[in-house]
Write a protein that binds this ligand. Structure first.
Ligand code: ADP
Ligand code: GLC
Length: 515
């Protein structure tokens, strides 16, 4: 029996077909802690903002459940009451259900006690002490929603993202009789970053009434702590991560964060699918956030943006400054992103013929070192500490070069935004950065940027020197820009890869039930 027949014999005897007549439409439920435009700290939000629309474009029905944090609103949403019991305590709130288009809905989980706060996961550099409750609550809310959402159609796939949604597949496997509407769905878990594992003291298992059957080596136990991410990985039919190279790297001890063995054991149930980018939001030809729009055919607007960018950072804007390359960085300021390499090399880098602009927020130590650098060499580097979407777009458009010296990078989106904006990426050869940047070499065809391997300040300095040499050769530089601007990183191909994974997950779920 093929997967579809197998799945249908267990689920629903009426195979439904898309208007195209061939592929059956899938009902997909995403659960995540961020999604553009409602909540964002990093690339997870960009992915959840764009992937559902790409899946809808392939004919599928998609619902995304996420917390409704402070300030987020879903105008016109239908409200449904919500009551969540975890252990001895009960929380009250509501679900805000909004149809965005015929095939796409978003559901905001509104429990003010959990989500009406300054930050998403932390405040003042400290994780909220009740994150275990908050995201156990998200999982229960998503499952209760699915169970009661009788008018939303069948759910074929439940797709959980990162540790915050890790309990979703685990609870479905644990209590199929409670969540019957998703019990037979294919379960997919995507790891966006293994460094965040949702690790809590094991007492949460009892306190939140999660059931000690989840606290086993085969499920959520991780060195005597309880990991939401491990629960999700171990309970899912298919596990994905966000680039092919990171899928390989994460199965090795060096970048596996202790999960490499668990991931290796999945074999071909663990797959890397490169993220796409939202080409409607990130398009220099139509970006409303830019002072001037431009395209590969006419780059004059890029120079206008460069001047606006320098001006915005209070940097010199004379002819000399405009001729000098601007190197941009936009990032969470955490050790993953390799800021220490840049800061340790700062004296030499600031002496080179380039101007630097940095936008970021995160660890107080990096914030302070960057601000200190900007005070010491104010004519060469501008630093803005904070989260500013508009400024991120201006940097992508106005800079000549975009630097990502990451120690590890599951995918990385900014290098792809940079390519599309004609801003040449300089990256460490890791994860998705390695998969998307083709390095410049003499006579290399199709190069679109620069890469270095060693995580050392020296390797970074050498590469930036090479970048500045090539920048002085206008034809070579223009070829790099052109090449990057013609790369296609739209979501379509990656969404198709997800659909393949969904079909495998459905098949695996059907086999589970047949056993
Ligand atoms: P990560 O998810 O690890 O932070 P990604 O490269 O996948 O890295 O995605 C980061 C996303 O967050 C990008 O859209 C980037 O522009 C955005 N971003 C990061 N820091 C800031 C900031 N300080 N201000 C505005 N946008 C930011
Ligand atoms: C994570 C990773 C980043 C990836 C993003 C979206 O935050 O750090 O590399 O692009 O998720 O998948």
């Amino acid at each position: 029996m093929d997967w579809w027949a197998a799945a249908n014999s267990l689920n629903d005897s009426r195979p439904r077909r898309s208007p195209a007549g061939r592929t059956p439409r899938l009902g997909i439920l995403h659960v995540a802690s961020e999604a553009e435009p409602w909540a964002k700290t990093g690339g997870l939000a960009d992915v959840l903002g764009a992937l559902p629309a790409a899946l809808e474009a392939l004919g599928h029905r998609v619902t995304t459940v996420l917390p409704l944090y402070r300030g987020a609103v879903l105008p016109g949403a239908e409200r449904r009451p919500l009551s969540i019991r975890l252990g001895a305590l009960t929380w009250q709130g509501s679900l805000h259900v909004l149809a965005l288009s015929p095939g796409r809905r978003v559901v905001g989980v509104d429990v003010p006690e959990w989500f009406d706060r300054d930050g998403l996961y932390a405040s003042g550099g400290h994780d909220y002490p009740d994150n275990a409750e908050r995201f156990a609550g998200l999982a229960h809310a998503a499952l209760d929603f699915a169970q009661q959402d009788l008018d939303g159609g069948r759910i074929d796939i439940v797709h959980a993202h990162d540790w915050q949604a890790g309990l979703v597949p685990a609870l479905i496997r644990q209590q199929p009789a409670r969540w019957t509407r998703v019990a037979r769905a294919g379960l997919v878990m995507t790891i966006h970053n293994l460094a965040y594992q949702g690790l809590f003291p094991k007492e949460v298992v009892g306190r939140l009434g999660l059931g000690w059957d989840l606290f086993t080596v085969a499920l959520g136990e991780f060195w005597d702590q309880f990991s939401y991410l491990k629960c999700g990985i171990a309970s899912s039919d298919m596990v994905t991560t966000v680039s092919p190279t990171y899928a390989r790297e994460s199965t090795q001890p060096a970048l596996g964060f202790g999960f490499d063995g668990v991931l290796r054991a999945l074999g071909d149930r663990y797959v890397g699918i490169l993220n796409g980018i939202d080409t409607t939001v990130w398009d220099p030809a139509s970006d409303p956030r830019l002072p001037a729009r431009y395209s590969a055919l006419d780059l004059t607007g890029k120079q206008v943006n460069k001047r606006a960018l320098l001006d915005r950072f209070g940097l010199p804007v004379g002819d000399d400054a405009l001729a000098r390359p601007v190197i941009g960085m936009v990032s969470r300021l955490v050790s993953q992103k390799g800021f220490d390499l840049m800061l340790d090399a700062a004296d030499e880098l600031m002496a080179l013929d380039a101007t630097w602009v940095v936008l970021g927020s995160g660890d107080a130590a990096y914030e302070a070192r960057l601000q200190d650098l900007a005070r010491r060499v104010p004519s060469r580097i501008g630093v803005h500490i904070g989260f500013d979407e508009g400024l991120a777009h201006l940097i992508e458009a106005g800079a000549d070069v975009f630097l990502m010296p990451s120690r590890f990078e599951p995918c990385g989106l900014n290098q792809m935004y940079s390519l599309r904006y004609g801003t040449v990426p300089v990256v460490r050869a890791v994860g998705g950065l390695d998969d998307t940047v083709r390095p410049y070499r003499a006579r290399a065809r199709r190069a679109n940027g620069f890469k270095f391997r060693d995580a050392t300040p020296d390797a970074l300095i050498r590469t930036i020197r090479q970048v500045l040499r090539v920048h002085k050769r206008p034809e070579r530089w223009a070829a790099l820009m052109r090449e990057g601007m013609s790369d296609d990183h739209s979501w379509g191909p990656s969404a198709r890869e997800y659909v393949k994974v969904y079909r495998q997950a459905r098949y695996a779920a059907a086999l589970r039930w047949a056993d």
